[in-house]
Design a protein around this ligand. Structure first.
Ligand code: PNS
Length: 159
């Protein structure tokens, strides 16, 4: 049986923290669908197509697919045959939101399990919003994102 996982998020843009989690998840799923949410409440820096393309350029592995989704995550997960939702937990501050989301998703789809992964220690502080902020002010993000993302930030922000 092929075990399919879904790793949802805004990925605005994908960071080395996301990359780390994607690779860690292959320890327990055969195929991972990275699911880029169309409906991000916040106005994203990158368009949906750009966010998808940056993930495709960053992660090249036959076991990883990149897709966008609109609407409820549980419906998307069902449509790709996923049995597991993967999310990262960095700090206690992530916990309440993640817990709420996991329980809501369980209410909507009782058989879909949420699995939380802890990123590599040196990536724990990393978030897309911090990357955007550092890049916006011309800071060096080369240790935080793939070179393709660094270049895209450069182009987008003119820095
Ligand atoms: O990277 P993010 O912004 O923390 O990701 C949040 C995301 C996209 C995973 C979450 O907002 C989501 O699943 N949105 C889809 C809509 C949905 O299913 N909402 C109910 C879940 S509680």
């Amino acid at each position: 049986m092929t075990r399919v996982g879904v790793y949802p998020g805004s990925f605005d843009p994908i960071t080395k923290g996301h990359e780390d989690l994607i690779h860690r998840s292959l320890a327990f799923v055969d195929k991972l669908v990275v699911a880029v949410a169309v409906n991000v409440s916040k106005q994203p820096l990158f368009t949906l197509d750009e966010r998808v393309a940056l993930i495709e350029q960053t992660v090249r592995d036959k076991a990883i697919a990149v897709r966008s989704f609109d609407g409820l995550l549980v419906n998307f997960a069902r449509s790709v045959g996923a049995t597991v939702i993967v999310r990262g937990l960095r700090a206690v501050s992530d916990f309440e939101y993640e817990f709420q989301m996991a329980l809501m998703n369980r209410t909507l789809a009782p058989k879909l399990e949420t699995v939380f992964l802890v990123p590599a220690f040196d990536l724990t502080y990393l978030s897309s919003s911090l990357v955007r902020e550092v890049a916006r002010f011309g800071g060096d993000v080369s240790a935080l994102v793939h070179p393709a993302v660094q270049q895209a930030l450069h182009q987008k922000l003119g820095k």
